[in-house]
Design a protein around this ligand. Structure first.
Ligand code: SF4
Length: 366
């Protein structure tokens, strides 16, 4: 879809508005009630930027801890290398259950593994709808926010799920997915935060699917972008609490703290993909809560078409530049600064957007 058809699409606009109001209420309530969350945000930002100053040291330390715990650990400098490593681990003919993960979208892992002859199941309900509809996630945390319940029901018929009301659909999808979890050869997850102190991988969720994807299959693969490293367990925990609070779902239903279990074959792929070399260091403090997307006036009209191939909205513009994509749509930004005001990490996206504009016009380099 191009940007003009999205702007004219009231269904997308309504979906964004509904999500913004509902989640925004949740954010306000948690911040009013739990004053410590703002303090956690500041601590997490400081720690993430410290890690970004010396990635080599922190990556090495985290990799060693994971190896000590029994994981097989890899480092991928870019998306292609990450896909290749994952492909060599998984091979072909496997059933894979996959947790929602933006880094896997970034490296286009699902499509790659399917081409190798594997059956890949997204286990997050919104992400499953996006997979079945061959669509792109609209929002970093709420991928299918632009689907009405009727549209979702139509899409889910593709896997034999028939129902009218959301409760019935969820119950039936759960039945289908339960079999997939039990049959799966491989589970794939991303990572919301990883502790360099212990190697523990923190994953936050509300559906319980990540827990099953990372504990039932004999083989598990965790994808970790290097900006997810935090110096210790407490800071990693604070990072997932901040993400959950600023998404509007605090406290989260489940926080998983993963290391290899029993006789599991546990693989970890650290992925750089432009992060260690970027000029936009401050963006590496992002916890991907998606608040800036929902509050951005341009995103409210244009959705994820305004942004980059993977990430939409103001954070998407900057993340795209980190990944090596320069989008001329960056000139549509109004520079209103709302993204920075609502960002738990106080990331100065308007300034970085100005820098991207200058680079596109040839006045500077990124
Ligand atoms: S830039 Fe800030 S508001 Fe936007 S997703 Fe990242 S942490 Fe959240």
């Amino acid at each position: 879809m191009d940007i003009y058809s999205v702007v004219r699409n009231m269904r997308i606009r309504e979906g964004i508005k509904r999500t913004r109001i509902n989640l925004g209420r949740g954010v306000k309530e948690s911040l009013d009630k739990h004053g410590y969350l703002k303090k956690y945000s500041d601590e997490v930002k400081k720690a993430k930027l410290e890690v970004a100053k010396n990635f080599n040291y922190w990556i090495k330390k985290t990799m060693e801890k994971l190896e000590e715990s029994g994981a097989t650990v890899y480092f991928a400098k870019d998306a292609e290398e990450a896909r290749k490593i994952a492909g060599e681990i998984v091979k072909s003919g496997k059933t894979i259950v996959k947790a929602k993960s933006m880094i896997s979208e970034e490296i286009e892992l699902r499509e790659y593994l399917e081409k190798l002859g594997n059956e890949v199941w997204e286990t997050d309900l919104g992400e499953l709808i996006i997979q079945l509809a061959k669509d792109k996630p609209m929002h970093v945390i709420a991928p299918a926010l632009h689907y009405t319940k009727e549209e979702a029901a139509k899409v889910l018929k593709k896997i034999g799920v028939d129902g009218r009301d959301p409760e019935e659909l969820v119950r039936k999808v759960r039945q289908v997915m339960r079999e997939k979890f039990i049959d799966a050869d491989v589970g794939i997850s991303g990572c919301n935060a990883v502790s360099a102190e212990s190697g523990r991988i923190f994953l936050v969720e509300n559906e319980g699917n990540i827990r099953l994807s990372t504990s039932l299959p004999k083989t598990c693969v965790a994808l970790i972008s290097i900006d997810k490293i935090l110096p210790d367990d407490i800071l990693a925990l604070k990072a997932v609490l901040v993400q959950s609070a600023f998404l509007g779902t605090y406290p989260p239903s489940y926080i998983n703290v993963n290391l290899p279990i029993d006789d599991q074959d546990f693989f970890v792929i650290f992925i750089d993909n432009g992060r260690s070399k970027t000029k936009f260091r401050e963006q590496l403090a992002c916890v991907k809560c998606g608040r800036c997307q929902l509050e951005c006036p341009v995103f409210q009209l244009a959705g994820n078409v305004w942004g980059g191939r993977v990430y939409g909205g103001p954070m998407g513009m900057v993340w795209s530049a980190i990944l090596g994509e320069m989008r001329e749509e960056v000139f549509i930004c109004t520079l209103c600064g709302k993204c920075r005001i609502v960002c738990p990490m106080d990331i100065d996206m308007p300034q970085m957007i100005r820098e991207i504009r200058k680079a596109i016009l040839g006045f500077s380099q990124i």
